[in-house]
Ligand binder design. Structure first.
Ligand code: CO
Length: 151
């Protein structure tokens, strides 16, 4: 009797995390005319079949003055990727075309606009630090955050 009760308790404990944790496979990141994201850290649930980032620009300034995008690289690749993006210029959305270091990125948007990107969490490794940032010249000093794989 007591043994089967204990067994049930163990089974319930094992089952609970999967039942209780609602899978969250998307996030909305707001950005503004003060060169800020409202999200500083993202943990991607590794059980998500796909992860979607929606980027909203709640400001009023146009894309050529206050453009924002959301670009994901490893933490170690982010600075060089940003430099090459600035060199690539506005015609390329400040991203080097076909840059293999870029895991995912949205379009560059201006005030009042919204864009999104989805990527496969299998592209990420557990224990690796990733950086998301805006590649518009001068923005990534403020507009960057940390992303990891978890769950
Ligand atoms: Co920006």
């Amino acid at each position: 009797m007591s043994r089967s009760v204990a067994t049930l308790a163990v089974l319930a404990a094992l089952a609970l995390p999967g039942v209780a944790a609602a899978q969250n496979c998307e996030i909305t990141v707001n950005s503004n005319d003060a060169m800020q994201y409202d999200v500083k850290e993202i943990v991607v649930d590794k059980s998500c079949p796909s992860y979607t980032v929606t980027l909203k620009h709640t400001g009023k300034l146009p894309v050529n003055a206050m453009g924002h995008n959301w670009v994901l690289t490893t933490a170690s690749d982010y600075e060089a990727t940003g430099r090459d993006g600035i060199a690539a210029g506005p015609a390329n959305g400040y991203l080097k075309p076909n840059d293999k270091r870029i895991i995912a990125h949205t379009d560059m948007i201006g005030g009042g606009q919204e864009t999104k990107v989805s990527f496969d969490p299998k592209l990420l490794k557990e224990g690796t630090d990733y950086t998301f940032f805006c590649s518009f010249p001068g923005h990534s000093s403020l507009m960057k955050g940390k992303l990891t794989l978890g769950g």
